[in-house]
Every structure is written in structure tokens, then in C-alpha cells.
Design a protein around this ligand. Structure first.
Ligand code: ATP
Length: 451
């Protein structure tokens, strides 16, 4: 059963607590663009850190890369993006709105929002035309003579064109992978849905190069592995599913693609794609560049590796984590909004709170604890306002623990540790607070929302 959660509830929490703002708001805003505030940055950085940890740090067979956003324009000719990276668009000559031809069924008519485009009597839709999604710009000071280049629409091509560099220097043999996190840009015309689909976004992509006869096996391996990553970070199993693409949906390069879909408030939608790209990319770049992108065995035999690609979006993953974590409950007759984020991705791991901010003893001990903890984890010191309000604020940003210094601390050097999910409070020795916190953060965590 889908949650009654709405995207508006998430947008409103993100704005209220400073996770995400609409871009350029003081100038009236810019569609499909967002700015990330303090907690948004911390959450996004944690998502990327967990990905790098799982994909690079904890493995022997994957290395990291950071390639340029602007590449030689030939790269995009060869990859097929100049010719084929397009969406079919239709215009309504009456209301002047533009729609994706393949999304008409989910779009609202510009005149009569209760109808789909084409259904109202005044609608006058054009034939579908192909529209390239790549943003163009120019290198050089003179507009007319500059070289036309593109902002990358995916990070993958930067990996393929570096295959030879990495294969020679990383001392890995297939199967091995190259992973990269970075910004990508797409001139998306379907607006709305918050950070699900934006003009610029970050991708986490990994190209895994394998001997051709192992491609199917690794394709299945990566589907399982990537699904597990979301589960390990607390996403409920009932909100994740794998959907294999039908033959007519497959990209030109792919012999098999499966999406990991999440049950967003807008319905089941792609969270990450895992594609079996065969030898399409290395072969195409070898032919176009004249540089052989192949693997040479010690006995001199050679082959072009096949590629399995798990491609995820940082912002879309962050949205899924936020949706999955969002919860409301009544506690002591009051409604509490809480983000039940996995402690590993929560922006702040613990709040350090003197019960009475103006009390010198409490402030001094709380400050000392904060100084000690901030060296090891992301913590926040908050001494202003009623304690209940401070707890609620931390609940809304998903802070798993709060450590409170109160009158009793002066007597026996103990503090309370409050659990965001169960609301249980326990007294522990102040001297052992660091260990107690780190210990709790390292425990396996399962969403209390799990069915
Ligand atoms: P969609 O069908 O949603 O347009 P796609 O199949 O074109 O996505 P890929 O090219 O496979 O997407 O990109 C890999 C991942 O990058 C997607 O699963 C998604 O998480 C993310 N992504 C792609 N486009 C956007 C975008 N415009 N805004 C935010 N994230 C995006």
C-alpha cells in the first residue's frame, strides 16, 4: 500500500529546515533548479560517501576517477548523444505549452488542468519533434568562431575515454571497474517533481569492464549489489523493485537494462539504472579516435571488454531516502514530524544540548562534550529555546541521538542520551558518552517503519 506521503510535505520540510531551496528565488525562481542548504549538503555528502565506500574503498576491483565536465565534442558524436540523445516534444499552438510526447498521459492541459494535452477543444498539438537534451556552450572569447562544446549529460563517457590510462596504471585486469561521481546536465523540459528531475544533478556511475563471456553474470551481480546498497541504508524493501526494460525501451547501446525503482509519492519511478552496454562504447571510441581501447593478455591475445554500468543519481537517491524516512506520529497528544534516516546518512549524528542554555555549569559541560565529539562525527550544539522544541527540530532533520546535560550532571557526571526513533532516554556517564554514541551509531539499523 503506497504511503499517503505527498511531494509537497517533503518540499515543505526541505525548505523549512534548510535542506533544499528553489534556485534564484529572489529573481522569481528558475524551474527545475535547486540549491542545497546546510543539511542538504551534509545529507548529499553522506550519500556520496557511502557510495564511494561501497564501490571503491571496500573493494579491490574498482578505482576512482574524476573526469572533466567539458570533453572534446567528438566524444558526444561517437557516443551517439549528438544524434540520439533526444526526447520527442510536442507544442500546443493554442496555449504555447510544450510537452514530452511520451508523457502526455501524465501531463496537464495548459487550459484545462483536469484534462491531458490534446483533450480540450482548443488544444492544437504539433507533430512530435526530436529535441536534444545536451546543453551547448562555446570555448573561446568570440561567439562566432568559438568551438561548440557540450556540458556532459552523463559521467560515463569520461570513464570510457580514460580506459587506457586507467587500465595501464591501475594494475587491474578485467573484471575491474572505474567509478566516478560528478555533475551532469540535461535540458529537461518536464518540470516539477522537486529534485527528482533537474537541469543539473550529480551522478554516481561505475563502468565495470569484464571478459565478454562473463557479462551476463556480472549484470545480475550488480543488480543485486546495488539493490542491497539501498536496503543496507534503511530503505524499506516494499518500496523498492527491479524492473527489466522491454526490448523496445532499450538504449541503442544496451543488450539489457534493469531499473531499480522506488515508490516515490509520484508513483514507482527510476532510482538507478543497471545496463549491460556490451562492447559498444569501447569499440565506438576505438574506431573514432584510432586509439585501441582493448585488453591485452600476457600471451598477446586481445579483446574488447564488455561493460556493466550501474548509474545512480545522487539527488534522486537523496529524495528517496527523504521520502522513505519521513514520518509523523502523535506523541503526548502532539504531532511529531521525524525523519527516520539511517544514522549513516543522517546529516547530524547527535545534538548536544544543555537543558538550560544560560546555566554556566550546563553550558560549560555541554560545550566541552561538543568539542570532544565534533572531532569524530558531525554533531550540533544547540542552547536556545525550550528543550522540547530543540528535540523536535532535531527530529525533523533526522538526528538519531541527543545528549542532554541537566542539573543531575553536576551531581553525578551523567547525561541523558535520547533515541530519535523510540524516544527512549537513558542516563549514561558523561565520561563514556563518546563511546556510547559511537557504539550506537555502529549498530545495525532497521527502519521502524518497515512492515
Ligand atoms: P529518466 O528515465 O528518469 O530520464 P534516464 O534513464 O535517462 O532517467 P540515466 O541516463 O540512466 O537516466 O541516468 C542514471 C541516473 O541519473 C538516473 O537513474 C537518475 O537517478 C539520475 N538522473 C538522470 N537524469 C536526471 C535528472 N534530470 N535529474 C536528476 N537525476 C537524474
Amino acid at each position: 500500500m503506497p504511503d499517503a506521503l505527498t511531494m509537497d510535505a517533503i518540499v515543505s520540510l526541505c525548505k523549512r529546515r534548510g535542506f533544499v531551496f528553489g534556485s534564484s528565488e529572489i529573481y522569481g525562481g528558475l524551474g527545475s533548479s535547486y540549491d542545497y542548504g546546510h543539511y542538504g549538503v551534509l545529507l548529499k555528502e553522506n550519500v556520496k560517501a557511502r557510495w564511494l565506500e561501497a564501490m571503491v574503498r571496500e573493494r579491490d576491483d574498482i578505482v576512482a576517477l574524476d573526469s572533466s565536465i567539458i570533453l572534446h565534442p567528438q566524444v558526444w558524436e561517437t557516443s551517439g548523444h549528438v544524434g540520439g540523445f533526444t526526447d520527442p516534444l510536442v507544442d500546443c499552438k493554442f496555449c504555447k505549452k510544450r510537452y514530452r510526447a511520451d508523457h502526455i498521459g501524465e501531463s496537464q492541459c495548459g487550459q484545462k488542468p483536469s484534462r491531458h494535452p490534446g483533450e480540450a477543444s482548443d488544444c492544437d498539438l504539433t507533430e512530435a519533434r526530436q529535441f536534444n537534451l545536451m546543453f551547448e556552450t562555446r570555448i573561446g572569447p568570440v561567439e562566432e568562431t568559438g568551438v561548440k562544446v557540450f556540458l556532459r549529460p552523463e559521467t560515463a563517457q569520461g570513464i570510457f575515454i580514460n580506459f587506457k590510462n586507467v587500465a595501464q596504471l591501475a594494475r587491474r585486469k578485467p573484471p575491474f571497474g572505474i567509478a566516478q561521481i560528478g555533475k551532469s546536465f540535461r535540458n529537461e523540459i518536464t518540470p516539477g517533481n522537486f529534485i527528482f528531475r533537474t537541469l543539473e544533478f550529480e551522478q554516481m556511475e561505475m563502468e565495470f569492464f569484464v571478459p565478454p563471456d562473463q557479462a551476463d553474470e556480472w549484470y545480475r551481480y550488480w543488480i543485486d549489489e546495488r539493490r542491497r546498497w539501498y536496503l543496507d541504508l534503511g530503505v524499506r524493501e516494499s518500496h523498492l523493485r527491479i524492473r527489466a526494460h522491454d526490448a523496445d525501451e532499450l538504449s541503442h547501446y544496451s543488450s539489457g537494462t534493469s531499473d531499480i525503482e522506488y515508490l516515490f509519492p509520484i508513483g514507482w519511478s527510476e532510482l538507478e539504472g543497471i545496463a549491460n552496454r556490451g562492447d559498444f562504447d569501447l569499440t565506438a571510441h576505438s574506431q573514432a579516435s584510432g586509439t585501441k581501447l582493448e585488453w591485452v593478455e600476457q600471451d598477446g591475445s586481445r579483446y574488447t571488454p564488455h561493460v556493466i554500468e550501474p548509474a545512480a543519481g545522487v539527488n534522486r537517491a537523496m529524495l528517496a531516502f527523504l521520502c522513505d524516512a519521513y514520518d509523523k506520529e502523535i506523541v503526548a497528544e502532539r504531532e511529531r514530524t521525524v525523519l527516520r534516516l539511517h544514522p549513516q546518512i543522517a546529516p547530524v549524528k547527535a545534538a548536544i544540548l544543555p537543558l538550560i542554555g544560560k546555566d554556566a555549569m550546563m553550558a560549560e559541560k555541554a560545550r566541552a562534550l561538543y568539542e570532544q565529539l565534533r572531532r569524530v562525527v558531525s554533531v550540533e550544539y544547540d542552547d536556545s529555546g525550550q528543550i522540547g522544541r530543540r528535540y523536535r527540530r532535531q527530529d525533523e532533520i533526522g538526528t538519531p541521538y541527543a545528549l542532554t546535560i541537566d542539573e543531575q550532571t553536576a551531581e553525578d557526571d551523567t547525561v541523558t542520551i535520547r533515541d530519535r526513533d523510540s524516544l527512549a532516554q537513558e542516563r549514561i556517564p558523561l565520561a563514556g558518552a563518546r563511546e556510547a554514541l559511537l557504539d550506537r551509531l555502529a549498530q545495525p539499523w532497521v527502519s521502524p517503519k518497515a512492515e
